[in-house]
Structure formats: C-alpha cells, structure tokens
Design a protein around this ligand. Structure first.
Ligand code: 3H9
Length: 725
C-alpha cells in the first residue's frame, strides 16, 4: 500500500509508504488522493496528520518517473492545492527527510511538526530542475524571499532546528513526531486556517526586491557557470513576488518545461544516480557490495599530518571514529595538532550556525610520535608525501606493530598499491584510499584495490567512505589510478595550447565558461606545480637524468612541453609561491591575476623554438582539452581500471570540478556522439602523430563501429575486454 490510514482519537493519520525514501511516485499520489478524500469525508475525522513510514517523511518526487508517462497522472500540485483548501486542519509530521516534493507537500499542510534529527529542503536545483509543486511560490510566502532563495538556489538540507528558526516548521520535538502532530492537530481543530494557507498570503515585502533578485541572478550566473536551474529558481521566486499564486504556479510549470528541454536535468539526474550506483561495486570473483560484509572500524590511525593527513584526521573525528595521529617529530606533531584543532573548530562553527551540536572535538584525537601506540587500531591510513621508499618503510613497520587483521590503507595519489603491499605480511589487507584535498570537505574517495586486496578489505574501505559521508569509487591499480591519470593528457593539451599561441587566462576562461570549477592553469597553480615537476624528474623527463642532446620539446621521440618545468626551475610553484601561471597578491594569496611576465616568457619561448603563434579559437581550445580527457577515459575503461563510464564521471564531477549539469566526461562524450569524438581525435592524431595520448582509444573505435550505442550499453562492450578490477 503506497499510503495507509488509521484513526488516532479523532485524527486520521495518513502514512506514505514507499521504501526506501517514500518517493512520491504515481501510486503514492493516487494513494494520497484516495486516503485524503476519504478522511475529508469521514465525519468522525476532525483533523488529519500526514506522515511517512520507516522514519522518513518523503524525499520528494520519484526522480525515475520524470521521463515516463507516470508524471502525467495526478499532479502533486493538485494534491497540495486540495490539502491546503481542506476545512479540516492538516499537520505534517516530519521525520528523517522532507525534501523536494516532500517539503512541498508539507508546505501545503496547515502546520508542520518536525523531529529534531530531521532535515528539510528543496534540493531540486541539484538535479537540474526547480521545485515544481508550488515550492517556489509557498516558501517565499512563508519565510520571505532572501531566506527562501538561500534554501532553493543552494538546494541545501536545512536541519530541523534551523528550519524552526526560519519558520519553515512550527514545532521541533525530540520524541515521537506523529504523536506530537496528532496532539497539535487536535488542538487546532476549529481554528481559522486562512493564515495557514500559504497560497492566499502575500510574500513579505522588501523595498529593493527587484534589485535584490537581479543581483541574485548575476551572482548565480557567476557561481553556477552555465547551469540553468539556479537561474530558473530565482525567476520562479520573482514570480511569487510579482504575481498572484496561480500565475506564479504557471510560471513555475513553464520554467520546469523549459529546463527539461535544455537536457541539463537529464545530465544531472544521471550524475545523481551514478553517485548511488558506484557504491554497488562488483568484483570478477563474484564478490559484490551486497554479499561481502565490511568489518567495523572502531578506531583508526593516520600517519603524517601534512595537508592531507590533517583533513583525514578531521574527517574521521567528525564521523566519531577515535583517531591516533602520528608524526615523525615533536615540532611537526605540534603544528599538525594546531591545524587539526583549527579544522575541527571551523567544522563546529558551521554546525552551531545550523543549530546543531558538534560531536567531534580534539579529545577524540590522540597525537603521538610512537608507532607502538598503533598496536590495537582497526585501520591505518598512511598520508605521508609521495615517495615509494618512504611508504614502503612505513608499511613494513606497520605490518610489524599493528594487529594482524588491521587494514592498512595508503593515501597515495598514484603509486603502485601492489609494490606498497609487497613489504607487508598481509598484502590482502592493503588498499589505496585516495582522498582529495581538503580531505574533510571533498566528497570523493578513490578506493584502489591491488591484486591481492581481499574482498573484505574492499568492503571495509568502501563502507568507511560511506561512514565519512564520501562518495567512494572502487578503481583498479595503475599509475595515477583514474582521476589523476585522466589529468595527464588534459594538462598536456593545455600546455601545448600555450606553445601554439594561447595564454593561461585564454585557456582557463574557455574551460570555466564550459562549467569547470577552475581552468587547468589555475588548478595547477592551486595544486602546486612542483608536485608534477618532482614526479617528472623521478621519471627522467626533466632535470639531470635527461640524456644530453635531448631536444627540449621531445622525449623518446614524442612531443613534450618543458614549459611547467621551466617555471619550477625559477621557483614559480604556483599559488603558494605567489606566482606560477598567474601572479598572486602574496605567497598563498588567492587572487589570480594574468602576469605580464608569463606573457613575455611565452613570447620568448616561442621565438627561441621558432614557433609561429597562431590564434586558437575557443571551440578548438575546448575540443582539444575535453577530447584528451574523453579519450583517456575510454582507455581507462578498456584497461578495466574503472568498471563503467559512471565511475569515471563520478570521479571527475566530485574530484576535479567537472560541471554536473553536463553529467560527466563520459556522459558528455555520449551526448556529443562517439562518431564525432572519434572523428576529431582521428584528425588531430593524423596531424600530430607525436602526441600518442590523442590516438583514438580502441574502445572508442569499437563503440563507433557498432553505431555508437547509448552510454548505458557501454558496459556490455567493455565486458568483452579484460577486467582488471
Ligand atoms: C522533486 O521532488 C520535484 C518536485 O519539486 C515536483 C515534481 C513535479 N526518487 O541517496 P540514498 C533512491 S525532485 C527516486 O542512497 P541516503 C536512491 O537512488 C526530488 N529515487 O540514501 C537510492 O536507490 P537505490 C527532490 C530516490 O540515505 C535509494 O533511494 N528530492 C529518490 O544516503 C536510497 O538513496 C531530492 O532531490 C527520489 N527522489 O540519502 C532528494 N531519492 O537504493 C534526493 C532517493 O536503488 N535524495 N532515491 O540505489 C536524496 O538526497 C537522498 O537519497 C536522501 C537519502 C537524503 C533522501
């Protein structure tokens, strides 16, 4: 039964029942119409309470129904209108979540009672749409335009205590929310409900409203770079100010339809479901997310308190896992301790602002210099700098001091997991957990399995990711894994574009206009140019290991750009040095300004190497950088390093700032069409045979040869290739 009804005293309690999240599917909507209709007619019913089964009110419309005819049946807004017009008082009893259509349903009720642990919100913007069941019209009428915009445009989940302060809910209770709602419903029987009918009330006025809304549009354009939904949300809210409710609802509906026509909602909803699907990992041996049990992680340790280590410690502490943090000397330990404290304080401030009580404190972290203290922990995460010799020393030590069944994780961003595991007594317990910086904030976790990593180790690392609130993606072991591996050809193309005649700001602008959070040069400056430089030195691509007489722009017969090496040789390491591809106001400064020095440097470089600069148009800049990413994505798939295109997309969206409104790299390739991608890569590679990264991937050719099937069928084509996962 999608909705059930029972009588409590003289109150009908209607319960939505559609596991797992009580999405408001077509059958739930029909159930609501039936139960509500009967309760309204029943003379023994004096008031109605709406609730959700299994501790959740509702996560909103059933997203899977959007592209089906089920959406054409009874509309949620019609149900909302009926509820609001009811002469019997209706109280929403909010537990767990009331999101999207779920909150819209609650806003149509005359009163709302929430459990203290619940969250409410209108997160439609995060799946490319706008609240389309009256949310953009009722919420501003309830809490005013500024607060409503903050909730709707950011799509944030508002904790119950903050919802009470904002006026979204009327009561917050600690105990049984349905009992509290029934009590309130009985109390308000016979009261005038007009003030509680949001649609017949006005939006609180503000003299500068138009200016405020125009400014919000400008800000959203800058912040969301090409995503249409945030702008549509603001325009719908504008209608709530300017027009009567029924006109506003019509505007909301039109905006929904025009958003749908852009293709962005489909892309963002693909990204939404992909984030959920990557948790359902499978292994060629038959091990799967649902048949291998993770071991509990009751205590953990982190080795190294540099930038990554500090973030990882904070992340564990936030998840209430007691942590032992280890450094190699007293001074670094003290610096690390201060940094962790500052991060925890910042996290606590955020929670307090939302009316929540922070649980994590420095008290749950124990700082030590002594490896012996790690003897009882369930799991260790090593986060020292990228040096194989050092990592092996640490893992060999860990293997002797930790209990035999402790999981040993490395936060390496690209070194060989098998080589690290080889120095331990239990290589089956070794796994890569590649966090992204800042580790206490970034949602992505690449979980890298080695050849001997056991299924239980995989299940435990994936589950740890979930406990830390991350989206964990299982990938295979190859140099640089998935994310950083894709970055290589992309940055290579960006550097070649500078040689050909562009400047860093030209390239960055094109990619930022496309929607990337940051262009490649700003990103390199932020990450530190020296990281790549040291790795190239180790590989003998630059520095004194390069054989004498090697041409400056060639390595092993292939094209090579020494530009980033040249910047590092003079200390232009990026943001931390105050200069890199850009100049900054000070070392560590955040404001990137185009640097005349870089312009001059590039001009001289081109003269020295007799390169005739030619104008490169924005389309070509975009094509070269994007297609380099896409091609490497296909190679990762054909090598069996990621188990499907969704995995690559989740990694790039969450770790590298790819715009979610475009779905992901591989999704974008599918919308461009594999035949077109192949054609462009073919042409480039024919003209530039010394750039092997642009040689079209075998899988890309294979997909084009079978007529470019839709993305959801790519896995089948990959299936016949080797799976190294
Ligand atoms: C809307 O309401 C539009 C209206 O304004 C107007 C319409 C006209 N639909 O995330 P989880 C699935 S738009 C269908 O792993 P958690 C999810 O795929 C909606 N399915 O759990 C997963 O399936 P599976 C606005 C949904 O505890 C399972 O439920 N609402 C929906 O970590 C468990 O999900 C939102 O955008 C849905 N609405 O987090 C809220 N929601 O087991 C979207 C979830 O097969 N949802 N599923 O993999 C969320 O943010 C989180 O799922 C939630 C639970 C916080 C609720």
């Amino acid at each position: 039964m999608a909705a059930t009804r029972r009588l409590s005293h003289s109150v009908a309690v209607i319960t939505i029942n559609n596991p797992p999240v009580n999405a408001l599917s077509s059958s739930v909507r029909h159930g609501l119409v039936k139960e509500f209709g009967e309760a309204s007619k029943d003379p023994s019913v004096k008031a109605i309470v709406l609730s959700g089964a299994s501790g959740k009110f509702s996560a909103g419309a059933d997203i899977r129904e959007f592209s089906t005819s089920a959406m054409k049946t009874v509309s949620l807004e019609d149900i909302n209108a009926t509820i609001e017009a009811s002469r019997k008082p209706v109280v929403a009893a909010i537990e767990g979540v009331a999101l999207g259509g779920g909150l819209e349903l609650a806003l149509a009720c005359h009163y709302r009672v929430a459990n203290a642990q619940s969250r409410v919100g209108l997160p439609e913007v995060l799946i490319g749409i706008l609240p389309a069941a009256g949310g953009t019209q009722r919420l501003p009428r309830l809490i005013g335009v500024p607060a409503a915009l903050d909730v709707i445009v950011r799509g944030r989940h508002v904790p119950a205590t903050e919802a009470l302060q904002l006026g979204i809910v009327d009561e917050v209770v600690q105990g049984n929310v349905v009992d509290a709602a029934v009590q309130l419903a009985r109390k308000v029987v016979g009261r005038d409900l007009d003030k509680r009918r949001l649609s017949i009330n006005h939006v609180p006025s503000n003299p500068n409203m138009e200016y405020f809304l125009d400014t919000a549009v400008e800000k959203a354009k800058k912040q969301f770079r090409g995503a249409q939904a945030p702008i549509a949300c603001i325009e719908a809210v504008r209608a709530s100010v300017q027009k009567p409710y029924h006109h506003g609802i019509e505007k909301e509906r039109q905006l929904f339809l025009s958003l749908w026509a852009t293709g962005q909602p489909q892309a963002q909803q693909y990204a939404f479901f992909s984030e959920r699907n990557v948790g359902k990992w499978t292994h060629p041996s038959g091990g799967r997310w649902d048949n291998v049990k993770p071991k509990p992680v009751r205590t953990a340790a982190v080795i190294g308190l540099g930038t990554m280590g500090r973030g990882i410690v904070t992340s564990l502490a936030k998840a209430n896992i007691p942590v032992i943090a280890l450094e190699q000397d007293a001074q670094q330990l003290e610096t690390g301790k201060k940094a962790v404290n500052a991060l925890l304080e910042r996290e606590a401030e955020k929670l307090v602002k939302q009316g929540l009580t922070p649980a994590a404190t420095l008290a749950s972290v124990c700082f030590t210099l002594d490896f012996a203290e790690l003897s009882a922990v369930d799991l260790v995460i090593e986060a020292v700098y990228e040096n194989m010799k050092l990592k092996k020393e640490i893992f060999s030590k860990l293997s002797s001091v930790c209990k035999p069944d402790a999981f040993l994780c490395t936060n390496t961003s690209g070194l060989d997991i098998d080589e690290i595991a080889s120095v331990t007594n239990h290589p089956d317990l070794v796994i890569g957990t590649h966090f992204f910086s800042p580790a206490n904030i970034m949602r992505l976790l690449e979980v890298v399995r080695g050849h001997q990593t056991s299924l239980t180790t995989i299940a435990t690392a994936m589950n740890l990711g979930k406990i830390l609130g991350k989206v964990a993606v299982l990938v295979g072991n190859c140099p640089l894994f998935v994310g950083n591996r894709l970055l290589g050809p992309y940055l290579e193309q960006a550097n070649y574009l500078l040689e050909d005649g562009c400047y860093p700001e030209d390239v960055d602008k094109v990619l930022e206009d496309f929607g990337f959070a940051m262009g490649p040069f700003r990103m390199m400056d932020l990450a530190g140019l020296d990281v790549g430089w040291r790795s190239r030195m180790e590989k003998g691509l630059t520095g004194n290991k390069v054989p004498p007489g090697t041409p400056a722009r060639q390595r092993q017969g292939y094209r090579y750009s020494p530009l980033p090496d040249m910047l590092c040789e003079i200390g232009r390491y990026g943001q931390k040095a105050g200069k890199g591809w850009y100049q900054y106001e000070k070392p560590g400064g955040r404001f990137a300004q185009p640097d005349p020095w870089v312009k001059d440097f590039l001009q001289k470089y081109r003269e020295t190497h007799q390169i005739r600069p030619r104008p490169v148009n924005p389309e070509l800049i975009l094509e070269r950088c994007l297609y380099a990413l896409i091609n490497e994505g296909f190679r990762v798939l054909e090598d069996g390093i990621a188990s499907g295109p969704e995995d690559i997309d989740v990694i790039y969206n969450n770790g590298y700032g790819f715009p979610k409104h475009r779905g992901g790299i591989m999704y974008h390739a599918s919308t461009l069409g594999v035949a077109k991608v192949l054609d462009v890569l073919d042409t480039y590679y024919r003209e530039n045979p010394d750039v092997p990264s642009m040689k079209p991937a075998f899988l890309l050719k294979k997909l084009a040869a079978v007529g470019g099937p839709p993305l959801k069928e790519w896995r089948t084509q990959v299936g016949s290739l080797v799976n190294k996962l």
